[in-house]
Design a protein. Structure first.
Length: 199
């Protein structure tokens, strides 16, 4: 019994160390950029040893990937929270899109996911992360809307890719001072434009 308790506390300590590293790295990547942040700084900011860093992550790039995955997961959670199943399919898509834009206003998130992410990890790796999180929620919403006949049947992967790119571009525009309300209005009308036309 005591051995099980000891193993659990070791696992908990290990997870706590990993989280400290991710949080410290995120803060430094946002403040200084990925390129300007060294692993000694991350270790010092996290209050752990260099050995602990390399126990959890192969290198700085692997740590950045963990940061990006955590950010993408938080974005997806925000989308899911806004896109209530009680809403009509098109309204759920619009609400989820607004949830995405809200989530992307967290300081540093747009830079981490849309600028540094592709530069550090490559487009393919960032697409994998997005397809597990933000694009997954969009794809599921579009698929549900098609299955209910709320929007026209279109190639799902292509529609997800292009609509997701529009939302990413809107997040980048908001980051540089564009009018968020205008962008949300246009994105909502793009989604409504997919609606099945009833004669």
């Amino acid at each position: 019994m005591q051995e099980i308790k000891m193993r659990r506390s070791n696992r908990e300590r290990s997870e706590e160390t990993r989280e400290k590293l991710i949080e410290a790295a995120r803060r430094l990547f946002v403040e200084k950029s990925y390129a300007e942040t060294g692993t000694p700084e991350i270790v010092e900011a996290a209050g752990v040893t260099r050995g602990a860093l390399y126990h959890h992550f192969a290198d700085k790039q692997a740590l950045f990937r963990a940061v990006a995955e955590q950010e993408a997961r938080r974005v997806a959670e925000e989308i899911d929270a806004k896109a209530s199943p009680a809403l009509a399919p098109i309204e759920a898509l619009i609400a989820g899109g607004n949830g995405f834009l809200d989530a992307m206003t967290v300081p540093g998130r747009t830079r981490l996911l849309l600028l540094d992410g592709p530069a550090v990890l490559g487009r393919v790796a960032m697409d994998e992360i997005d397809n597990d999180h933000g694009n997954r929620t969009l794809r599921e919403g579009l698929q549900a809307a098609m299955e209910e006949g709320a929007i026209r049947p279109l190639p799902l992967d292509a529609l997800t890719t292009l609509l997701g790119a529009a939302f990413d571009r809107a997040a980048l525009a908001v980051e540089t001072g564009a009018n968020s309300d205008d962008l949300r209005l246009v994105l909502a009308e793009m989604i409504r434009g997919l609606a099945t036309v009833h004669e």
